[in-house]
Design a protein around this ligand. Structure first.
Ligand code: FES
Ligand code: FES
Length: 158
């Protein structure tokens, strides 16, 4: 079994994994970072999105061994101590969640969206870009509002 070393939320982690171990299994089962959820397990729902070297990936279809040497950020690594990340705060302020199951993946995808498209997002762009993240509760309206607001706040706070 290969040994891998990676950085997860700023801490160096060395683990022995099987070749078939998925990144989400490494995060949830080995490291107990259960904020990353598993919805579909087939790369469709986006509940498992984390960032690998700054890019949003679906951790249910990423091999852990492929992340050897990488920098991984999960929802647990987004806040600054007790201070929520602006995108997390925007979801809270705009009621962008109900059950919360999709929320970690939504937030991680939203932060990646801001990186790719900038701080001034319009509703249409957000809807198009979020096609890989599904929510069964909210009807999306408040999620879209939250992401537009969160992006703007990220621009203000740097
Ligand atoms: Fe990964 Fe659904 S659990 S996309
Ligand atoms: Fe329940 Fe999105 S808030 S699935």
């Amino acid at each position: 079994m290969p040994g891998i070393t990676l950085t997860v939320n700023g801490s160096t982690v060395s683990e022995t994994v099987e070749g078939r171990t998925l990144l989400v299994q490494l995060l949830r089962d080995h490291l107990r970072l259960t904020g990353t959820h598993v919805g579909c397990d087939t790369s469709q729902c986006g509940a498992c999105v984390v960032q690998v070297d700054g890019l949003a990936v679906k951790s249910c279809t990423t091999l852990a061994a492929a992340c050897d040497g990488a920098e991984v950020t999960t929802i647990e690594g987004l806040a600054d101590g007790d201070r929520l990340h602006p995108m997390q705060e925007a979801f809270r302020e705009n009621h962008g969640l109900q059950c919360g199951f999709c929320t970690p993946g939504m937030v991680m995808s939203a932060v990646d969206l801001v990186r790719r498209k900038g701080f001034e997002l319009d509703e249409r762009t957000v809807r198009e870009e979020l096609e890989g993240n599904l929510c069964r509760c909210t009807g999306y309206h408040n999620i879209v509002k939250a992401i537009v607001a969160g992006a703007a706040e990220m621009g203000r706070t740097g």
